[in-house]
Design a protein around this ligand. Structure first.
Ligand code: ADP
Length: 307
C-alpha cells in the first residue's frame, strides 16, 4: 500500500474585483490528509477528524473529486482517504476546496503524475459542484497551482498562474457565524450595469498587472469590488468597520474572502499584517462573537507533502 500525508491549503477566492476568477493560496492555514492506494478498487473515506462531515464517498467532496479522476484512469484503482480538518466548513476560505484539491493532488502523485495540474483543477471542480452547486475553480485552482491564479475562461477551462510578490501577507478574520454559499449567492443580482463592469474589469487588469510588476500601490488600488461586495457585505457583521480599521493600519486592500463570512486584508510585509490583525481583533471583540484570525504568507506551491 502506497501512502502519503499532505497539507491541503486554505485559499482566498475572489480577491475583491475577481468574483469567481481570482484566488490565492495560504501557507499557515490548511487541512491534513493521508491518502493511500489500495488493492481493493473504489474510493473510501476511512476517517474524518475535526469536523462533522459525511464519510459517504458520494457526499464528501474529496470522494467525488477522486472519483472524477479515477474515471479518467484505465486501470482499476483503490483509494483510502483520511481527512484531518482544520479549516471550518462554510468559513469562506475554501474548506471544501482544500479537501477536493488535496485528494486529487495526492492520488495523482501516488500514480506518478499522469495528469497535469490543470487537469486536476477540473477533477477538483466536481467536488466544488457538490459543495455549492456550482463548479467554480477560484479556490481549487490556487490550492493546486499555488500563489495567485486567474480563471481566464470556464468554457473551455483556462487557468493561469500569476506572479506572487514576495512581501504580500494575508490577514484573515473568520467570524464564527454561518453564511451558506447558497445564501451568499442568492443575494447577488444577476445583472450588472456597463458602468460597473468597466470599473470592475479595470481593477482585474490592474491587480494582475500589479502582481507581475510587484507594484504594491497598484495592487492596493485594484483591490476594489463595486459589484459583489455592496450586496454581500450586509451578511457580515462589522464589515465596514473591519475594512476601515485594516486600511487605517496600512493594509493594501480588504474585502470578503470567497462567499464570506471571512474577511481578508492584504498587506505589504509581516509587521503591517500583524498590526492589521490587532486592529481587526479590537473591532470584533466588541461584537461578542467568536472569531479566528489567521496571518499567512502566500503559499506559492499549493498542496504539499508533509511528514
Ligand atoms: P467553504 O467556503 O469554506 O469552502 P463551502 O460552503 O463552499 O465552504 O463548502 C462547505 C460545504 O461542503 C458544507 O456543506 C460541507 O458539508 C460540504 N462538504 C462535503 N465534503 C466536505 C469536505 N471534505 N470538506 C469540507 N466541506 C465538505
Amino acid at each position: 500500500m502506497k501512502s502519503i500525508k499532505i497539507f491541503a491549503p486554505a485559499t482566498v477566492a475572489n480577491l475583491s474585483c475577481g468574483f469567481d476568477v481570482l484566488g490565492c493560496c495560504l501557507d499557515t492555514v490548511g487541512d491534513e490528509m493521508i491518502i493511500s492506494l489500495t488493492s481493493e478498487p473504489g474510493v473510501r473515506i476511512t476517517k474524518i477528524e475535526g469536523a462533522d462531515l459525511p464519510l459517504d464517498t458520494k457526499k464528501n467532496v474529496a470522494g467525488v473529486a477522486v472519483e472524477a479522476l479515477l474515471k479518467n484512469c484505465k486501470n482499476e484503482i483503490g483509494v483510502d482517504i483520511e481527512i484531518y480538518k482544520k479549516i471550518k466548513a462554510g468559513s469562506g476560505i475554501g474548506s471544501s476546496a482544500a479537501s477536493s484539491a488535496g485528494a486529487v493532488w495526492a492520488v495523482n502523485h501516488l500514480l506518478e503524475s499522469p495528469f497535469t495540474s490543470h487537469k486536476l483543477v477540473e477533477f477538483a471542480m466536481a467536488g466544488e459542484k457538490l459543495a455549492s452547486g456550482n463548479a467554480h475553480a477560484d479556490n481549487v485552482a490556487p490550492a493546486l497551482l499555488g500563489g495567485f491564479t486567474l480563471v481566464r475562461s470556464y468554457a473551455p477551462l483556462d487557468v493561469i498562474k500569476l506572479h506572487t510578490p514576495q512581501d504580500l501577507v494575508m490577514t484573515v478574520i473568520h467570524p464564527q457565524i454561518e453564511v451558506k454559499t447558497s445564501d451568499a449567492r442568492s443575494v447577488i443580482k444577476q445583472n450588472v450595469t456597463l458602468k460597473q463592469a468597466i470599473h470592475q474589469w479595470g481593477n482585474v487588469g490592474g491587480l494582475v498587472s500589479g502582481l507581475f510588476t510587484e507594484d504594491y500601490d497598484l495592487i492596493g488600488r485594484s483591490l476594489e469590488d463595486v459589484i459583489i461586495e455592496p450586496m454581500r457585505s450586509i451578511l457580515i457583521p462589522e464589515f465596514a468597520n473591519v475594512k476601515e480599521a485594516a486600511i487605517k493600519q496600512g493594509a493594501l486592500g480588504c474585502g470578503i474572502s470567497g462567499s464570506g463570512p471571512s474577511i481578508f486584508a492584504l498587506s505589504k510585509g509581516m509587521d503591517t499584517a500583524k498590526k492589521v490583525a490587532e486592529a481587526i481583533r479590537e473591532v470584533y471583540i466588541k461584537t461578542g462573537l467568536d472569531f479566528d484570525i489567521h496571518i499567512s504568507k502566500i503559499n506559492n506551491q499549493g498542496v504539499k507533502i508533509i511528514n
